[in-house]
Design a protein around this ligand. Sequence first.
Ligand code: HEM
Length: 443
Amino acid sequence: MQPQSLPPGPRFKPVQTWRFLRDPTRFGLEARARHGDPFTAPLPVGQVVMTGKPEGLREIFSADPSVFEPLGGLPLGPVVGPRSMLLLGGARHKRERKLLMPPFHGERMRAYGQTLRELALRAAAGLRPGEGLRAQDLTQDISLEAIIQIVFGVQEPARVRRFREEIVPALETYTPLLMMAIPLRRSFGGVGPWARFQHHLGRVNALLHEEMTNRRGHEAGHTDILSLLLSARDEDGQGMTDEELSDELRTLLLAGHETTAIGMAWALHYVHRQPETLARLREELAALGPSPEPEALARLPYLGAVCDEALRIHPVVPVVGRRTLVPFTLLGRELPVGTAVMASICLAHASPEIYPEPERFRPERFLERKYSPFEYLPFGGGARRCIGAAFAQYEMRVVLGSLLAAHRFSSPPHAADERPQRRNVTIGPRGGAPLVYEGPVPA
Ligand code: HEM
């Protein structure tokens, strides 16, 4: 590949890598101002051509799926496993999507409304007035429980607890260092960070296999996602093996748990920083009475706009990467086979020509106009668009609506605006979005 055939961009790999990892939005805005869009960035995966222009994003996401393979396999591979749809390309990826997508269809989400509402209310039930908390701890508790109960279909309280006790250390021991430094992924005589992670991951896998064994053959009449996946068949009438299912269940856990929690934490942060936003949201919620039905919450326009704006201002997945398998033309430039390409979601969302005053949290912008799928794309696009998008959007609305209809929170005095910080592949609020619990909403 001739690097000179790629668009211009910033140089000096270590500096750019560090800047990109720290703040991909600012990195993108500065590179675009100096070099135009698309630009090329030197990153650990090699030279990466990036665009945040709706036209460029349309070209990437509308291309035939055979044009690209996934780029970011390595960092996530150890958690999700080799049969995960995140890592697959071509016909195998298509088959997995066909099997996994039907349970996530928007209409199906209604079956989960009451569970989500109960999870939200239960998580807030232990709070005492005046107590400080991190919004992200609260939302992460809720979203993990949502995966265990709704996706894995585990409902018996002691067993839910067991899942939680095994999953939390497995995710915590997969540190950013292990994710980035492949030489560290070795067991040094059964000790060290890799061995610890493998130990916990093994325990999660054992639980998942136990669950599949117990449930196979008894899935009829159950609405959870694992039951639906156990009975799913591909075009040849084949179901998924336990190994395939186990990798996909860990994929759903990884892709669906922290992402949704971060989106909800940002929303809670901003509504409590802006009195007029909170007042408008409370007014909308109050009209539904003290314990609104999930379906009614999912339809509230302002609550929906708050959730959309939270994923706009800080997209949880800032960029998605691909590698070209055939020559590909991006915004008039011929890219050779093997070129790494990134769709910069965060750059599109920070573009003032699409979003005036992009750094302001202003849910009203979603009530004033509609954005195209290449201007607003927190869930990516095309053949690899997030399959959990409807689930995440429904969960955010029902959980935030249930919490704020029943409870009052405030922003701690003297707290500063939260800054985004990279967690792993996701970016979340650096301080976890601190709040103070004020007490239940007065009757
Ligand atoms: C606010 C929450 C979420 C955000 C912002 C988000 C974002 C994304 C994005 C940007 C992608 C595209 C990756 C790419 O193009 O390479 C993606 C893919 C994916 N997401 Fe989500 N996601 C969220 C919640 C969820 C949930 C709740 C689930 C499931 C429980 C889920 C499951 C997946 C899966 C399986 C893929 C891979 C799709 C494929 O490779 O074909 N996500 N997500």
